[in-house]
Ligand binder design. Structure first.
Ligand code: LLP
Length: 433
């Protein structure tokens, strides 16, 4: 557990620590369920990614906000100098609120609404287009607003990233990106509109990718397309965005890649392709989300019910898939640690169940854990990405609080919702009162 998660530890009381803070104390102080993040780990992972590609020169790491949009987390990355990859008007709002400069924001939504395109033009962010139809709608908007916009196109590189089917986005049959057959047409049309600065090209092949090969293959395709754009349209692009998707180690057994390995595999290919197609060096963009925040966060939950059935022993805790959806949605594995007895050896096999009325609400199946008692605090590891952001109020359970730890000191960064939040924004017609 601790060897590849250096930000976790076990203190003298046998409690699990994150970024130097005692998680059992945090569970007592702030209540459970509770998300906790380690600021220094986020900074370290961002820097690791940035530094891996530093040899190339002009590189911008645009944090994929969708992984965790808490304003404190966004602010950490803005302070680090990251750009932001956003996918909705809501993320645009939050990224601007966290202080990201518009020039460093790339809007890569899928099926953007007219309003979202309008807001993106007004804000002056780079608009990454996903279809010819979206391009036509953007042209109408910039003409009507007499405004300018910087654009790129997301291309579909048609590679399989060998990840969970829900997390593959660059397959031939996927809904994302523009297929090679249509790419030239898209750029040609964009170039015909003088209000558009046709600046870049983009791909994103999927998420939780644990091999470099799919990136290498897709990058070759992307740079070959850039070669065609130069030859056939005389277009030289300012940036090439290779997307996000680098996986993290959810368990010791799972294969993984590091940003350094990715850079080692990709940079020679990029140099080779730049020479082959006589291309000027574009700025390289990346959009990691999970890699930066994934292992920096844990979800804490308290054990209430111990239920031995003739078939299985269930440990019932006060969080469910309303707070951590990944196990139910993708069959994802999150390691569980009994935070108040973190060093203890496994004693029995149990299944950790959430508190929702759904049979799929199991947060960890058939795990070997120390003997668990009522009141124990469970830590679900690696919950910093796609954790809180995918939370809901299902079963009328208000969303929980979030805490940020920095060098052992903890601060609340989001209040827990209360029951008023369940009723907030709702209206009951007069006749029903
Ligand atoms: N760029 C684009 C265009 C994306 O769609 C995504 C993720 C990223 C970057 C960041 O990918 P990352 O580096 O975080 O893998 N909810 C799923 C993950 C969905 C990812 C969606 N797109 C999960 O919990 O595993």
């Amino acid at each position: 557990m601790l060897d590849f998660r250096p930000h976790l530890g076990i203190n003298q009381r046998g409690h699990l620590t994150l970024g130097g803070a005692d998680l059992v104390e945090l569970a007592e102080k702030y209540g459970t369920p509770l998300y906790v993040y380690d600021e220094q780990r986020i900074r370290q992972r961002y820097r690791e990614f940035r530094d891996a590609f530093a040899g190339y020169g002009d590189v911008l790491v645009c944090y994929a906000c969708k992984a965790n949009t808490s304003l404190a987390v966004l602010s950490i990355l803005r302070h680090e100098g990251a750009g932001a990859d956003i996918v909705s008007e809501g993320e645009l709002y939050l990224a601007l609120k966290a202080g990201f400069q518009a020039e460093k924001i790339i809007f890569t939504g899928n099926n953007k609404s007219d309003r979202e395109l309008e807001r993106a033009v007004e804000a002056g962010v780079v608009i990454n287009l996903d279809s010819l139809h979206e391009l036509e709608r953007l042209i109408e908007i910039v003409e009507a607003q007499k405004a300018e916009a910087k654009v790129s196109f997301r291309v579909n590189p048609e590679v399989s990233p060998e990840t969970h089917p829900h997390l593959a986005t660059g397959l031939r049959e996927s809904k994302f990106g523009i297929h090679e057959e249509l790419v030239l047409k898209a750029y040609e049309r964009a170039l015909s509109c003088s209000r558009l600065d046709v600046a870049g090209i983009h791909m994103h092949i999927g998420s939780q990718i644990t091999k470099v090969e799919p990136y290498v293959e897709a990058t070759r395709r992307l740079f070959d397309i850039m070669g065609r754009l130069r030859r056939e349209l005389n277009l030289e692009l300012e940036f090439a965005d290779l997307g996000g998707g680098v996986g993290i180690r959810y368990s010791a057994e799972q294969p993984y890649i590091t940003p350094a390995q990715l850079a080692e595999a990709l940079l020679p290919v990029i140099e080779e392709k730049l020479a082959e197609h006589s291309l000027p060096r574009p700025r390289l963009l990346f959009e990691p989300g999970r890699y930066i925040v994934g292992d920096a966060g844990v979800l804490l939950a308290r054990v209430y019910t111990i239920k031995a059935t003739p078939y299985k022993k269930f440990i019932g805790c006060d969080a469910g898939f309303n707070l951590l959806l990944r196990p139910a949605m993708y069959g994802a594995y999150h390691e569980v640690v009994v935070a108040n007895r973190a060093g203890e050896a496994p004693a029995e096999e149990v299944t950790v169940a959430g508190n929702l009325c759904e049979s799929g609400d199991l947060l960890a199946k058939d795990r070997s854990l120390p003997r668990i008692e009522k009141g124990d605090v469970l830590a679900f590891l690696d919950a910093g990405a796609y954790g809180f952001v995918m939370a809901s109020q299902y079963n009328s359970r208000p969303r929980c609080a979030e805490v940020l730890v920095n060098r052992g000191r903890a601060e609340l960064i989001r209040y827990a919702e209360d029951f008023e939040d369940l009723a907030a924004k709702q209206l009951v017609p007069e006749r029903l009162k």
